[in-house]
Write a protein that binds this ligand. Structure first.
Ligand SMILES: NC(=O)c1ccc[n+]([C@@H]2O[C@H](COP(=O)([O-])OP(=O)(O)OC[C@H]3O[C@@H](n4cnc5c(N)ncnc54)[C@H](OP(=O)(O)O)[C@@H]3O)[C@@H](O)[C@H]2O)c1
Length: 276
């Protein structure tokens, strides 16, 4: 029986998405592979999904083909699977490609293929593994190659990942940086807050738990209250209190400027990666 979804690459992002796919579907509908097959086998043992011995087998077995490899190796993977994609389509086995490669446009991918098929470009983040992630989607809509049915079906297969938002491809690189990279910065922030709390005498486990829960709650406040973060910050800073002293220290040490530069640096790198 044909699988719903197949993954080429079971690294950091691939394994997070595979975990979400297995939670939202019968894991037997999910097939995965990786350059290091043992990595794919270990994940499949944990999740109960199927393993393909190579990339070609994934293409032969599944409708949606998730390209979860680094942008630097995407070209060689597309070259490798192009003949079997062609064979599938010619024998009436529709296939859709899903790319998450930072900076790589749909047009770039289309140029590498000598067949027409739906290509969905997504930008996920790693919290998809616990259902708290977000997947941004766009497609080669102009030619209407990706139908609404393709989109709906893909979203329903990946539903356990978290939230979804359709955006234009022009916004994808900026969105990659705002969303795909932010978990790393948030982890650093939580770790640094916990370091400070340990310096004041709190045990490490409690320091990490309290910092993480506070960041989680603050993020939920931004989303649910729909207030500007500055207003929410002001509400925590009582006059003459301790929080405003902390805010002033963050400003003194360039906190906001560092965050802005992180986003700009990651954006420039994303644009470079797309030039491969
Ligand atoms: N990490 C994130 O938070 C994040 C967020 C948004 C988007 N993305 C995108 O997700 C994609 C994957 O990134 P990642 O962070 O998951 O990278 P990663 O951890 O390096 O995972 C890529 C996996 O693909 C395997 N691989 C390499 N060449 C292969 C081939 N020819 N055939 C099959 N598998 C192959 C790698 O194996 P080896 O380790 O043996 O090379 C590795 O296990 C990238 O395009 C990235 O831009 C990542």
């Amino acid at each position: 029986m044909e699988k719903k979804i197949g993954f080429i690459g079971a690294g950091n992002m691939g394994s997070a998405l595979i975990t979400a796919a297995c939670r939202g579907n019968d894991p037997k509908d999910v097939i995965i592979t990786d350059y290091l097959l043992d990595k794919a086998k270990a994940l499949a043992d944990k999740l109960g999904c199927c393993v393909a011995s190579d990339n070609v087998e994934v293409v032969r077995s599944a409708h949606y083909i998730m390209l979860a490899v680094k942008p630097q190796v995407l070209n060689s993977v597309i070259k490798e699977i192009n003949p079997v994609l062609k064979e599938c389509i010619e024998t009436d086995k529709p296939r859709a490609l899903v790319s998450m490669a930072a900076g790589v446009t749909i047009e770039n991918i289309k140029k590498k293929l000598d067949i027409e098929l739906p290509i969905i470009r997504i930008m996920p983040n790693t919290p998809v593994s616990i259902g708290k992630g977000m997947i941004l989607l766009t497609s080669n809509n102009k030619e209407a190659v990706v139908s609404e049915k393709d989109f709906d079906q893909f979203i329903s297969i990946m539903n356990a990942a978290g939230k979804f938002d359709r955006i234009s491809e022009e916004d994808m690189d900026a969105a990659n940086v705002a969303m795909g990279c932010t978990p790393a910065y948030a982890y650093m922030f939580i770790e640094a807050l916990a370091d400070g709390a340990v310096m004041t005498g709190l045990p490490r486990d409690k320091a990490i738990k309290y910092a993480a829960q506070a960041v989680l709650g603050a993020a939920a406040m931004v989303i649910e209250s729909r207030h500007h973060p500055g207003i929410l910050k002001d509400a925590v800073c009582s006059p003459g209190g301790s929080t405003i002293v902390g805010v002033a220290e963050l400003e003194k040490h360039g906190f906001r400027s560092a965050a802005i530069q992180a986003v700009l640096g990651a954006y420039n790198k994303t644009i470079d990666l797309g030039k491969n």
